[in-house]
Design a binder for this molecule. Structure first.
Ligand code: DP6
Length: 367
């Protein structure tokens, strides 16, 4: 069905029809899942097999400008000041094609995107990238989508990108089909003054991408068990967030990350025949996982979570940040790593010409 006219408005001035070119700039944060998206029902539409819950990470931002220009023969993509590689250009063009179809625009676009954080330190740059691209490209093409439809669009670029559209603490409803699989805010970013300390050990590039991890998930004998308990886990994490119950959140989130990694470690990656299972974690990751459990036993309210990589994200309330940082610094003494601190961040937003924040996307949907 795609995005219907029910909550999107096609403006009178459309790019690609001889009208003045309008450049639009939008920004978005990556997000960190408390309950993870792992395994898909539909690879083309990025429909997940389970719901997930996340928080936007204020410590990292992607800023993207888009303009549709009749004079261009092909889409141009500049990433952190350099022309993007052909795989990235292909992914961006496929996403722009979705926008062009919706807006009935034919012009090619110039896309200039910049991350204020390095690649491969544990922030899902594809989430912030496709969230910012979705908002900037739709507005540049002359259409205004409500938050739900923007989240649906972002999801098709990168699954987790749909969670970077709404504000603060976010739940992705798996849905039944394209239009019912989107993310919505569970609570605004000011709801709970959490801190997320991302520790990225210096490691070699990972062997298996998250894309291949998603595809392999069903080969694990533990995947069915994971899916069988996911509604219960979602309920517990939702309730812990609403009541700001850190102890409950800590145990649920940690166990959930371990569940994903148990599935990954017992998954078969068809095209890597020598690999017995996917180990995304490294010695430094395990060192901090064990340390966090000991710190909690000793009274420090802290929890860890892990994505499909060696970085580890530590959660705590703002008042414990100093103790958590000090503990990490001591534990990682002599081990090369990078450290970033985030708090719950806003959803994707438009930027005006001076770079100041403008209103977030239209919040209302008519159905
Ligand atoms: C482990 O969003 O990278 O971070 O749909 O291919 O873009 P694509 O997958 P992606 O998967 C994220 C996996 C995860 C868990 C999560 O963020 O929920």
């Amino acid at each position: 069905m795609g995005v219907s006219g029910s909550c999107c408005r096609v403006s009178d001035v459309q790019a690609g029809r001889g009208e003045p070119v309008i450049e639009v700039t939008a920004a978005a944060h990556p997000n960190l899942a408390f309950v993870k998206y792992w395994g898909r029902r539909d690879d083309l539409l990025n429909l997940p097999l389970n719901g997930s819950i996340s928080v936007n990470l204020s410590g990292a931002t992607t800023t993207t400008s888009v303009d549709f220009d009749d004079g261009l023969a092909a889409d141009e993509v500049l990433l952190n000041g350099e022309p993007a590689d052909s795989t990235t250009v292909g992914r961006v063009t496929a996403h722009l094609d979705r926008v062009r179809t919706m807006a009935q625009v034919v012009s090619r676009a110039r896309v200039v995107s910049r991350n204020d954080f390095p690649a491969d330190v544990g922030f899902a740059s594809s989430a912030s990238a496709f969230a910012a691209l979705s908002l900037a490209a739709t507005r540049a093409a002359g259409i205004t989508l409500c938050e739900r439809d923007l989240s649906v669009l972002a999801r098709k670029g990168s699954g987790s990108a749909c969670r970077s559209i709404p504000d603060g603490f976010v739940e992705w409803l798996p849905g039944r089909d394209d239009v019912s699989s989107y993310a919505r805010s569970l609570a605004p970013c000011g709801h709970w003054d959490l801190r997320i300390v991302t520790v990225a050990p210096e490691t070699a590039p990972k062997l298996v991408s998250s894309l291949d991890g998603h595809r392999a998930a069903h080969t694990s004998p533990f995947y069915a068990a994971r899916l069988a308990e996911i509604e219960h886990v979602l309920g517990r994490v939702r309730a812990s967030l609403v009541t700001r119950d850190f102890q409950s959140l800590a145990l649920a989130v940690e166990r959930e990350a371990l569940s994903l990694h148990a599935v990954a470690a017992t998954s078969v990656v068809a095209h890597v025949p020598w690999l017995s299972g996917i180990l995304y974690i490294e010695p430094a990751t395990v060192r901090l996982m064990l340390a966090v459990q000991h710190w909690r036993r000793d009274g420090l309210a802290v929890a860890f979570t892990l994505d499909a990589g060696p970085s580890i994200h530590l959660l705590c309330e703002a008042g414990s940040l100093g103790d958590v940082r000090a503990a990490v610094t001591q534990e990682m003494d002599g081990i090369p790593h990078q450290l970033y601190v985030s708090h719950p961040g806003r959803g994707a937003w438009l930027k005006n010409e001076t770079g100041e924040a403008e209103a977030p996307p239209d919040q209302t949907c008519s159905q």
